[in-house]
Design a protein around this ligand. Structure first.
Ligand code: 5AD
Ligand code: SF4
Length: 442
Protein backbone atom coordinates (compact mmCIF):
# COMPACT_ATOMS: atom_id res chain seq x y z
CA UNK A 1 0.00 0.00 0.00
CA UNK A 2 1.30 3.45 -0.90
CA UNK A 3 0.83 6.58 1.17
CA UNK A 4 1.34 10.31 0.97
CA UNK A 5 1.35 13.04 3.64
CA UNK A 6 0.17 16.59 2.85
CA UNK A 7 1.15 19.29 5.34
CA UNK A 8 -0.32 22.61 6.49
CA UNK A 9 0.85 24.85 9.32
CA UNK A 10 4.06 25.56 11.15
CA UNK A 11 7.42 23.81 11.47
CA UNK A 12 5.98 21.71 14.26
CA UNK A 13 3.62 20.20 11.73
CA UNK A 14 6.37 19.77 9.14
CA UNK A 15 8.27 17.84 11.78
CA UNK A 16 5.20 15.75 12.69
CA UNK A 17 4.63 14.90 9.03
CA UNK A 18 8.21 13.68 8.78
CA UNK A 19 7.59 11.47 11.81
CA UNK A 20 4.42 10.09 10.22
CA UNK A 21 6.37 9.23 7.07
CA UNK A 22 9.19 7.60 9.00
CA UNK A 23 6.77 5.49 11.06
CA UNK A 24 4.76 4.46 7.98
CA UNK A 25 7.94 3.42 6.16
CA UNK A 26 9.15 1.49 9.21
CA UNK A 27 5.78 -0.32 9.27
CA UNK A 28 6.29 -1.46 5.68
CA UNK A 29 4.23 1.10 3.75
CA UNK A 30 5.71 2.72 0.69
CA UNK A 31 5.82 6.46 0.08
CA UNK A 32 4.20 7.20 -3.29
CA UNK A 33 5.78 9.48 -5.86
CA UNK A 34 2.73 11.73 -5.97
CA UNK A 35 -0.77 11.92 -4.58
CA UNK A 36 -2.46 10.29 -7.58
CA UNK A 37 -0.79 6.93 -7.07
CA UNK A 38 -1.27 6.95 -3.28
CA UNK A 39 -3.83 4.60 -1.69
CA UNK A 40 -3.80 6.47 1.61
CA UNK A 41 -3.41 10.22 1.98
CA UNK A 42 -2.90 11.85 5.38
CA UNK A 43 -3.58 15.58 5.65
CA UNK A 44 -1.73 17.16 8.57
CA UNK A 45 -3.82 20.13 9.62
CA UNK A 46 -3.41 23.48 11.34
CA UNK A 47 -6.03 25.39 13.32
CA UNK A 48 -4.22 28.55 14.37
CA UNK A 49 -6.55 30.68 12.22
CA UNK A 50 -9.90 29.76 10.74
CA UNK A 51 -8.57 29.97 7.18
CA UNK A 52 -5.75 27.54 7.94
CA UNK A 53 -8.24 25.02 9.28
CA UNK A 54 -10.58 25.47 6.30
CA UNK A 55 -7.76 24.76 3.86
CA UNK A 56 -6.86 21.44 5.46
CA UNK A 57 -10.48 20.37 5.74
CA UNK A 58 -11.15 21.31 2.13
CA UNK A 59 -8.16 19.28 1.03
CA UNK A 60 -9.26 16.22 3.02
CA UNK A 61 -12.78 16.59 1.56
CA UNK A 62 -11.35 16.44 -1.97
CA UNK A 63 -9.48 13.25 -1.11
CA UNK A 64 -12.63 11.64 0.30
CA UNK A 65 -14.45 12.63 -2.90
CA UNK A 66 -11.62 11.13 -4.96
CA UNK A 67 -12.14 7.77 -3.23
CA UNK A 68 -8.80 7.70 -1.40
CA UNK A 69 -8.40 6.30 2.08
CA UNK A 70 -8.26 9.69 3.74
CA UNK A 71 -6.94 10.60 7.17
CA UNK A 72 -6.82 13.97 8.89
CA UNK A 73 -4.09 14.53 11.46
CA UNK A 74 -2.95 17.42 13.60
CA UNK A 75 -4.26 20.47 15.37
CA UNK A 76 -7.66 20.87 13.66
CA UNK A 77 -8.58 17.30 14.64
CA UNK A 78 -7.81 17.97 18.29
CA UNK A 79 -9.93 21.11 18.25
CA UNK A 80 -12.91 19.51 16.50
CA UNK A 81 -12.93 16.14 18.24
CA UNK A 82 -15.84 13.97 17.10
CA UNK A 83 -17.30 16.85 15.13
CA UNK A 84 -14.57 16.26 12.55
CA UNK A 85 -16.65 13.44 11.03
CA UNK A 86 -19.65 15.80 10.72
CA UNK A 87 -17.49 18.30 8.89
CA UNK A 88 -15.99 15.55 6.74
CA UNK A 89 -18.44 12.73 6.09
CA UNK A 90 -16.60 9.72 4.69
CA UNK A 91 -13.30 10.61 6.39
CA UNK A 92 -11.59 7.34 7.33
CA UNK A 93 -9.52 8.36 10.32
CA UNK A 94 -8.63 11.40 12.39
CA UNK A 95 -5.76 11.72 14.87
CA UNK A 96 -4.71 14.63 17.06
CA UNK A 97 -1.12 15.94 17.05
CA UNK A 98 -0.09 13.77 20.01
CA UNK A 99 -1.57 10.59 18.52
CA UNK A 100 0.18 10.56 15.14
CA UNK A 101 2.29 7.59 16.26
CA UNK A 102 -0.83 5.41 15.95
CA UNK A 103 -1.35 6.08 12.22
CA UNK A 104 0.55 3.02 10.85
CA UNK A 105 -1.48 0.72 13.10
CA UNK A 106 -4.77 2.40 12.18
CA UNK A 107 -4.00 1.99 8.45
CA UNK A 108 -2.83 -1.62 8.93
CA UNK A 109 -6.03 -2.47 10.86
CA UNK A 110 -8.17 -0.81 8.21
CA UNK A 111 -11.15 -0.48 10.59
CA UNK A 112 -12.69 2.90 9.81
CA UNK A 113 -13.81 5.40 10.94
CA UNK A 114 -11.27 5.85 13.73
CA UNK A 115 -10.65 8.84 16.01
CA UNK A 116 -7.62 9.16 18.32
CA UNK A 117 -7.12 12.21 20.54
CA UNK A 118 -4.82 10.89 23.29
CA UNK A 119 -1.03 10.85 23.51
CA UNK A 120 -0.34 7.17 22.96
CA UNK A 121 2.60 6.62 20.61
CA UNK A 122 4.04 10.09 21.19
CA UNK A 123 7.48 8.83 22.19
CA UNK A 124 7.97 6.95 18.92
CA UNK A 125 6.77 9.92 16.89
CA UNK A 126 9.12 12.33 18.66
CA UNK A 127 12.23 10.35 17.79
CA UNK A 128 11.43 9.00 14.27
CA UNK A 129 13.21 10.60 11.33
CA UNK A 130 13.25 9.88 7.59
CA UNK A 131 16.71 8.97 6.29
CA UNK A 132 18.59 11.23 3.90
CA UNK A 133 18.58 15.00 3.83
CA UNK A 134 21.11 17.40 5.27
CA UNK A 135 18.92 19.23 7.78
CA UNK A 136 16.41 18.15 10.32
CA UNK A 137 13.89 19.47 12.79
CA UNK A 138 14.18 18.08 16.31
CA UNK A 139 11.41 18.67 18.83
CA UNK A 140 12.93 19.54 22.20
CA UNK A 141 9.85 20.95 23.88
CA UNK A 142 6.32 19.82 23.11
CA UNK A 143 3.10 21.63 24.04
CA UNK A 144 2.65 25.09 25.52
CA UNK A 145 1.46 26.49 28.86
CA UNK A 146 1.53 30.17 27.96
CA UNK A 147 -2.17 30.86 27.35
CA UNK A 148 -2.02 33.96 25.19
CA UNK A 149 -5.57 35.27 24.86
CA UNK A 150 -5.98 34.58 21.12
CA UNK A 151 -4.13 31.30 20.78
CA UNK A 152 -5.66 27.86 20.34
CA UNK A 153 -2.35 26.01 20.45
CA UNK A 154 -2.31 25.09 24.19
CA UNK A 155 -5.77 23.55 23.74
CA UNK A 156 -4.63 21.33 20.90
CA UNK A 157 -1.01 20.54 21.71
CA UNK A 158 -1.33 20.06 25.44
CA UNK A 159 0.99 20.90 28.32
CA UNK A 160 4.58 21.87 27.98
CA UNK A 161 6.98 18.94 28.12
CA UNK A 162 10.77 19.07 27.76
CA UNK A 163 12.45 15.99 26.39
CA UNK A 164 15.48 14.73 28.34
CA UNK A 165 18.68 16.32 27.05
CA UNK A 166 20.42 12.93 26.78
CA UNK A 167 17.70 11.74 24.42
CA UNK A 168 17.97 14.89 22.29
CA UNK A 169 21.77 14.67 22.10
CA UNK A 170 21.64 10.97 21.16
CA UNK A 171 19.07 11.72 18.47
CA UNK A 172 21.08 14.56 16.94
CA UNK A 173 24.29 12.49 17.09
CA UNK A 174 22.52 9.75 15.12
CA UNK A 175 21.26 12.32 12.60
CA UNK A 176 24.80 13.70 12.23
CA UNK A 177 26.14 10.20 11.49
CA UNK A 178 23.57 9.99 8.69
CA UNK A 179 24.79 13.23 7.13
CA UNK A 180 22.61 15.87 8.77
CA UNK A 181 24.52 19.17 9.03
CA UNK A 182 21.89 21.57 10.29
CA UNK A 183 19.36 21.05 13.05
CA UNK A 184 16.49 23.27 14.07
CA UNK A 185 15.41 22.71 17.67
CA UNK A 186 11.65 23.10 17.96
CA UNK A 187 9.29 24.14 20.70
CA UNK A 188 6.33 26.53 20.93
CA UNK A 189 8.44 28.51 23.38
CA UNK A 190 11.70 26.71 22.96
CA UNK A 191 13.59 28.97 25.38
CA UNK A 192 11.49 27.52 28.18
CA UNK A 193 13.30 24.24 27.61
CA UNK A 194 13.88 22.37 30.85
CA UNK A 195 12.08 24.85 33.05
CA UNK A 196 8.86 23.05 33.84
CA UNK A 197 9.63 19.42 34.40
CA UNK A 198 12.50 17.68 36.09
CA UNK A 199 14.91 18.05 33.19
CA UNK A 200 16.62 21.01 34.81
CA UNK A 201 19.34 21.10 35.91
CA UNK A 202 20.32 17.46 36.09
CA UNK A 203 19.46 16.67 32.50
CA UNK A 204 21.32 19.25 30.50
CA UNK A 205 24.70 18.88 32.19
CA UNK A 206 26.89 21.85 32.83
CA UNK A 207 29.72 22.13 30.31
CA UNK A 208 32.92 24.20 30.27
CA UNK A 209 30.90 27.32 29.38
CA UNK A 210 29.44 27.17 32.90
CA UNK A 211 25.83 27.97 32.03
CA UNK A 212 23.20 27.59 34.74
CA UNK A 213 20.13 27.81 32.48
CA UNK A 214 18.92 24.67 30.72
CA UNK A 215 18.51 25.96 27.16
CA UNK A 216 22.03 27.42 26.84
CA UNK A 217 23.33 24.16 28.34
CA UNK A 218 21.46 22.24 25.66
CA UNK A 219 22.98 24.49 22.98
CA UNK A 220 26.42 23.76 24.39
CA UNK A 221 25.78 20.01 24.31
CA UNK A 222 24.44 20.09 20.73
CA UNK A 223 27.35 22.30 19.65
CA UNK A 224 29.74 19.58 20.77
CA UNK A 225 28.29 17.03 18.31
CA UNK A 226 30.68 16.28 15.43
CA UNK A 227 29.24 16.80 11.98
CA UNK A 228 26.60 19.32 13.03
CA UNK A 229 27.58 22.63 11.43
CA UNK A 230 24.58 24.79 12.17
CA UNK A 231 22.07 25.00 14.99
CA UNK A 232 18.83 26.98 14.76
CA UNK A 233 15.85 27.05 17.12
CA UNK A 234 12.35 28.46 17.18
CA UNK A 235 10.12 30.06 18.53
CA UNK A 236 11.38 32.47 21.16
CA UNK A 237 9.96 35.04 23.57
CA UNK A 238 11.67 38.14 25.00
CA UNK A 239 12.08 36.99 28.63
CA UNK A 240 13.94 33.96 27.31
CA UNK A 241 16.60 36.23 25.78
CA UNK A 242 18.77 36.10 28.88
CA UNK A 243 22.40 37.11 29.22
CA UNK A 244 23.31 33.42 29.01
CA UNK A 245 21.40 32.97 25.76
CA UNK A 246 23.13 36.01 24.26
CA UNK A 247 26.48 34.57 25.39
CA UNK A 248 25.63 31.24 23.72
CA UNK A 249 24.93 33.08 20.44
CA UNK A 250 28.22 34.91 20.76
CA UNK A 251 30.43 32.02 21.84
CA UNK A 252 29.16 29.07 19.82
CA UNK A 253 29.98 29.47 16.13
CA UNK A 254 27.51 26.75 15.15
CA UNK A 255 24.58 28.63 16.67
CA UNK A 256 23.06 30.70 13.86
CA UNK A 257 22.62 34.43 14.39
CA UNK A 258 18.90 34.55 13.84
CA UNK A 259 15.97 34.52 16.21
CA UNK A 260 12.28 34.39 15.38
CA UNK A 261 10.83 36.50 18.18
CA UNK A 262 7.07 36.98 17.69
CA UNK A 263 6.03 40.40 19.01
CA UNK A 264 2.32 40.33 18.00
CA UNK A 265 1.77 44.02 18.79
CA UNK A 266 3.69 47.19 19.61
CA UNK A 267 0.97 48.60 21.86
CA UNK A 268 1.36 47.96 25.59
CA UNK A 269 -2.41 47.98 26.00
CA UNK A 270 -2.87 45.25 23.39
CA UNK A 271 0.11 43.26 24.68
CA UNK A 272 -1.46 43.28 28.15
CA UNK A 273 -4.83 42.16 26.80
CA UNK A 274 -3.11 39.39 24.89
CA UNK A 275 -1.37 38.28 28.09
CA UNK A 276 2.03 38.26 26.39
CA UNK A 277 3.95 38.96 29.59
CA UNK A 278 6.20 41.75 28.26
CA UNK A 279 5.99 45.42 27.38
CA UNK A 280 7.09 47.12 24.22
CA UNK A 281 10.18 48.44 26.00
CA UNK A 282 11.10 44.97 27.30
CA UNK A 283 10.73 43.55 23.82
CA UNK A 284 13.03 46.20 22.35
CA UNK A 285 15.56 45.53 25.12
CA UNK A 286 15.66 41.87 24.10
CA UNK A 287 16.29 42.83 20.47
CA UNK A 288 19.05 45.23 21.52
CA UNK A 289 20.70 42.53 23.63
CA UNK A 290 20.72 40.13 20.66
CA UNK A 291 22.29 42.73 18.40
CA UNK A 292 24.72 44.01 21.04
CA UNK A 293 27.60 41.89 19.75
CA UNK A 294 26.57 41.70 16.08
CA UNK A 295 24.47 44.43 14.43
CA UNK A 296 23.61 42.03 11.61
CA UNK A 297 22.02 39.53 13.99
CA UNK A 298 18.73 38.74 12.21
CA UNK A 299 15.47 39.18 14.10
CA UNK A 300 12.18 38.15 12.52
CA UNK A 301 8.70 38.35 13.96
CA UNK A 302 4.97 37.60 13.82
CA UNK A 303 2.36 40.35 14.15
CA UNK A 304 -1.42 40.16 14.50
CA UNK A 305 -3.47 43.03 13.04
CA UNK A 306 -7.07 43.70 14.01
CA UNK A 307 -6.99 42.20 17.50
CA UNK A 308 -10.22 43.07 19.40
CA UNK A 309 -10.21 46.74 20.31
CA UNK A 310 -7.05 47.54 18.32
CA UNK A 311 -7.30 51.28 17.64
CA UNK A 312 -5.52 53.30 15.01
CA UNK A 313 -3.18 54.46 17.78
CA UNK A 314 -2.40 50.84 18.80
CA UNK A 315 -1.75 50.00 15.18
CA UNK A 316 0.60 52.97 14.75
CA UNK A 317 2.44 51.80 17.88
CA UNK A 318 2.97 48.45 16.15
CA UNK A 319 4.26 50.22 13.05
CA UNK A 320 6.76 52.28 14.99
CA UNK A 321 7.90 49.31 17.05
CA UNK A 322 8.60 47.39 13.88
CA UNK A 323 10.82 50.19 12.64
CA UNK A 324 12.58 50.54 15.97
CA UNK A 325 13.21 46.81 16.14
CA UNK A 326 14.42 46.80 12.52
CA UNK A 327 12.98 43.40 11.70
CA UNK A 328 14.76 41.52 8.96
CA UNK A 329 11.52 39.81 8.06
CA UNK A 330 8.02 39.67 9.46
CA UNK A 331 4.87 37.62 9.09
CA UNK A 332 1.61 39.51 9.40
CA UNK A 333 -1.63 37.78 10.38
CA UNK A 334 -5.18 39.09 10.41
CA UNK A 335 -6.84 38.34 13.72
CA UNK A 336 -9.12 35.32 13.63
CA UNK A 337 -11.16 34.44 16.74
CA UNK A 338 -10.65 30.85 17.83
CA UNK A 339 -13.52 29.31 19.78
CA UNK A 340 -12.76 28.76 23.45
CA UNK A 341 -9.88 31.24 23.66
CA UNK A 342 -10.15 34.29 25.95
CA UNK A 343 -10.16 36.82 23.14
CA UNK A 344 -12.98 34.97 21.36
CA UNK A 345 -15.23 36.29 24.12
CA UNK A 346 -14.36 39.87 23.12
CA UNK A 347 -16.08 41.51 20.17
CA UNK A 348 -14.14 40.99 16.93
CA UNK A 349 -14.68 44.67 16.23
CA UNK A 350 -12.05 45.64 13.67
CA UNK A 351 -13.82 45.44 10.31
CA UNK A 352 -12.49 43.00 7.73
CA UNK A 353 -11.48 45.79 5.34
CA UNK A 354 -9.58 47.56 8.10
CA UNK A 355 -7.69 44.35 8.99
CA UNK A 356 -6.84 44.05 5.32
CA UNK A 357 -5.63 47.66 5.16
CA UNK A 358 -3.42 47.26 8.24
CA UNK A 359 -2.04 44.05 6.80
CA UNK A 360 -1.09 45.80 3.54
CA UNK A 361 0.48 48.75 5.37
CA UNK A 362 2.72 46.46 7.43
CA UNK A 363 3.65 44.42 4.39
CA UNK A 364 4.70 47.57 2.52
CA UNK A 365 6.67 48.77 5.57
CA UNK A 366 8.48 45.44 5.75
CA UNK A 367 9.29 45.55 2.06
CA UNK A 368 11.06 48.87 2.55
CA UNK A 369 12.70 47.83 5.81
CA UNK A 370 13.85 44.47 4.44
CA UNK A 371 15.46 46.23 1.49
CA UNK A 372 17.19 48.72 3.78
CA UNK A 373 18.54 46.05 6.08
CA UNK A 374 19.64 43.75 3.27
CA UNK A 375 21.32 46.60 1.36
CA UNK A 376 23.72 47.08 4.26
CA UNK A 377 25.12 43.63 3.54
CA UNK A 378 26.29 44.51 0.01
CA UNK A 379 30.01 43.94 -0.29
CA UNK A 380 30.17 41.48 2.62
CA UNK A 381 30.91 37.76 2.23
CA UNK A 382 28.29 35.41 3.67
CA UNK A 383 28.81 31.73 4.43
CA UNK A 384 25.86 29.92 2.80
CA UNK A 385 24.69 26.30 2.85
CA UNK A 386 23.37 25.38 -0.60
CA UNK A 387 19.71 24.34 -0.88
CA UNK A 388 19.65 23.62 -4.63
CA UNK A 389 18.56 25.68 -7.58
CA UNK A 390 16.80 28.99 -7.15
CA UNK A 391 13.04 28.78 -7.63
CA UNK A 392 12.91 32.01 -9.65
CA UNK A 393 15.97 31.50 -11.85
CA UNK A 394 17.12 28.01 -12.86
CA UNK A 395 20.65 29.26 -13.66
CA UNK A 396 21.13 30.25 -10.04
CA UNK A 397 21.74 28.35 -6.84
CA UNK A 398 20.04 29.26 -3.59
CA UNK A 399 20.82 28.84 0.08
CA UNK A 400 20.72 30.61 3.44
CA UNK A 401 23.22 32.49 5.56
CA UNK A 402 23.52 32.25 9.32
CA UNK A 403 20.79 34.92 9.66
CA UNK A 404 18.40 32.70 7.67
CA UNK A 405 18.49 35.18 4.77
CA UNK A 406 17.95 33.68 1.33
CA UNK A 407 21.06 34.12 -0.83
CA UNK A 408 21.17 33.39 -4.58
CA UNK A 409 24.24 33.25 -6.84
CA UNK A 410 25.10 32.14 -10.36
CA UNK A 411 25.93 28.46 -10.55
CA UNK A 412 25.16 25.32 -12.49
CA UNK A 413 22.43 23.21 -10.94
CA UNK A 414 24.12 20.05 -9.73
CA UNK A 415 27.53 21.70 -9.32
CA UNK A 416 27.05 21.67 -5.55
CA UNK A 417 25.46 19.19 -3.19
CA UNK A 418 22.60 20.35 -0.98
CA UNK A 419 23.99 21.28 2.40
CA UNK A 420 27.44 22.08 0.99
CA UNK A 421 28.98 25.34 2.23
CA UNK A 422 30.04 28.18 -0.05
CA UNK A 423 31.16 31.76 0.56
CA UNK A 424 29.13 34.28 -1.41
CA UNK A 425 30.09 37.93 -1.90
CA UNK A 426 26.89 39.99 -1.85
CA UNK A 427 26.45 42.28 -4.86
CA UNK A 428 22.77 43.17 -4.66
CA UNK A 429 19.83 43.18 -2.27
CA UNK A 430 16.08 42.70 -2.51
CA UNK A 431 13.63 42.90 0.40
CA UNK A 432 13.76 39.14 1.03
CA UNK A 433 16.79 38.00 -0.96
CA UNK A 434 20.50 38.70 -1.23
CA UNK A 435 22.18 38.27 -4.62
CA UNK A 436 25.88 37.56 -4.96
CA UNK A 437 28.71 35.61 -6.50
CA UNK A 438 30.51 32.58 -5.20
CA UNK A 439 33.96 33.38 -3.87
CA UNK A 440 36.42 30.92 -5.39
CA UNK A 441 38.81 29.67 -2.76
CA UNK A 442 42.25 31.23 -3.36
N1 5AD B 1 -5.51 35.05 14.82
C1 5AD B 1 -4.54 35.52 14.02
N2 5AD B 1 -3.26 35.15 14.12
C2 5AD B 1 -2.94 34.27 15.08
N3 5AD B 1 -1.75 33.74 15.43
C3 5AD B 1 -1.96 32.89 16.47
N4 5AD B 1 -3.27 32.86 16.79
C4 5AD B 1 -3.89 33.73 15.95
C5 5AD B 1 -5.24 34.15 15.80
N5 5AD B 1 -6.21 33.70 16.59
C6 5AD B 1 -0.51 34.07 14.77
C7 5AD B 1 0.52 34.61 15.76
C8 5AD B 1 1.50 33.47 15.88
C9 5AD B 1 1.42 32.87 14.50
C10 5AD B 1 1.95 31.49 14.39
O1 5AD B 1 0.06 32.93 14.18
O2 5AD B 1 1.15 35.75 15.20
O3 5AD B 1 2.79 33.89 16.24
FE1 SF4 C 1 1.41 24.74 14.20
FE2 SF4 C 1 -0.30 26.04 15.72
FE3 SF4 C 1 -0.99 25.37 13.25
FE4 SF4 C 1 -0.77 23.53 15.13
S1 SF4 C 1 -2.24 25.17 15.12
S2 SF4 C 1 0.05 23.43 13.04
S3 SF4 C 1 0.92 24.28 16.35
S4 SF4 C 1 0.62 26.80 13.80
Amino acid sequence: MKFRVHTYGCQMNVRDSEAIEALMIAAGFEKSAGEDDADVVIVNSCTVREKAEEKAIGKAGNLVAAGKIAGLAGCAVQRLGEKVFKRLPGLDFAVGPRAIGLIPKIVADGRYPRLELGDEGMGAALSSHVEGGWRSFVTVLAGCDNRCSYCIVPDVRGHEYSRPAAEIVAEISALARRGVKEVCLLGQSVLRYGRRNAAWPADAPSGPAGFSEPFPRLLEAVSAIDGIERIRFTSAYPKGCTAELVRAFREFPKVCRHLHLPVQSGSDRVLASMGRGYTRAEYLEAVAALRSFDPEFAVTTDVIVGYPGETEEDFEATRSLMDEAGFDNSFIFKYSPRPGTRSAAMPDDVPKEEKERRDQVLLADQERRGLERNSRLCGTVRRVLCEGRSKRNAGRLSGRDSGNRIVVWDGEPGSMRDGEAVDVRITGALAQTLVGEAVTPA
